[in-house]
Design a protein around this ligand. Structure first.
Ligand SMILES: NC(=O)c1ccc[n+]([C@@H]2O[C@H](COP(=O)([O-])OP(=O)(O)OC[C@H]3O[C@@H](n4cnc5c(N)ncnc54)[C@H](OP(=O)(O)O)[C@@H]3O)[C@@H](O)[C@H]2O)c1
Length: 247
């Protein structure tokens, strides 16, 4: 057993760039990381029904560090409906660094939805650097498909399964994938053993789980190994790698 930190630890403060370096992407190949915050009692949201009440400034630094050099931010429709996503852009210096690495200037947002009932009035659709992607299935309602195509590149998959979702992104050259949830989409990706890395922040409080999205049980516990822990203000920002994940 090792002592990683205690309440008296006075480690050096990391800059945003330091943090980004601690969340590296592999040089090649597909890599799927999950970025989530959870309370001590396992809730994904606080009383506001949002993650806002359970996150912190440090958690947001990590959140942004993971986004900065991702190819795509993958989210479930309910997260976009609840969290009012803002446009996906990148700072000019990040755009330059991304270009040097052969990436698009900013990450693209990809939304998974069966219903296609999305908040089209949000600026995330028109204000993002890259046209957002919507992943749906071939049986989607034609009128809703037509509306979605006004705002996004719509990929209609035979089945909206986790494998097909990830394959469709990789086929477009989007191999550095961060999923920001929600819990329902994350559960599907985990059940399919598609998540290589879980970047989970432990928020030091209890909020109750009544408002938290309930997710179906997995058939077995999916194991991850601890790779790194950062701490600020009692928030623990962890990196866990899937057992057997090769970077
Ligand atoms: N703590 C955190 O870090 C965190 C992160 C993200 C979100 N949240 C919170 O979590 C809540 C949202 O999470 P959630 O679990 O309820 O929903 P979610 O995972 O964000 O989205 C679920 C929706 O995604 C679509 N979807 C996902 N997989 C699908 C599949 N295989 N086939 C068809 N459709 C699929 C469906 O959309 P349609 O209904 O359109 O068909 C489904 O209703 C919000 O309250 C948000 O604030 C917390």
């Amino acid at each position: 057993m090792r002592l990683l930190l205690d309440a008296a630890s006075q480690d050096k403060d990391l800059t945003a760039d330091d943090v980004a370096e601690r969340y590296p992407w592999p040089e090649s190949g597909k890599w799927v990381r999950a970025m989530m915050v959870t309370t001590l009692d396992g809730a994904a949201v606080g009383p506001d029904g949002l993650s806002k009440s359970v996150t912190s400034a440090a958690d947001q630094v990590v959140f942004n560090a993971v986004r900065r050099f991702a190819d795509v931010v993958l989210v479930g429709a309910q997260t976009v409906r609840a969290e009012q996503y803002t446009p996906m852009t990148a700072k000019p210096e990040d755009a330059v660094r991304r270009a040097e690495a052969g990436q698009t200037p900013a990450p693209v947002i990809a939304v998974v939805t069966g219903s296609l009932e999305l908040p089209w009035e949000l600026p995330v659709w028109s204000g993002s650097t890259h046209r957002p992607i919507v992943l749906t299935h071939e049986g989607a309602v034609p009128e809703r498909l037509a509306r979605a195509r006004e705002h996004a590149d719509v990929l209609t998959l035979p089945v909206l399964s986790p494998d097909q979702i990830i394959d469709a992104l990789v086929a477009r050259g989007l191999r550095r994938i961060v999923t920001e949830g929600g819990p329902t989409l994350l559960r599907e990706l985990i059940a399919a053993d598609l998540v290589d890395e879980a970047d989970i922040t432990l928020s030091p409080g209890f909020s109750g789980t009544a408002n938290s999205p309930a997710t179906a049980m997995l058939s077995e516990v999916r194991g991850f190994r601890l790779e790194q822990v950062l701490e600020q203000d009692g928030f623990l920002m962890t990196r866990h790698l899937r057992a057997g994940a090769e970077r």
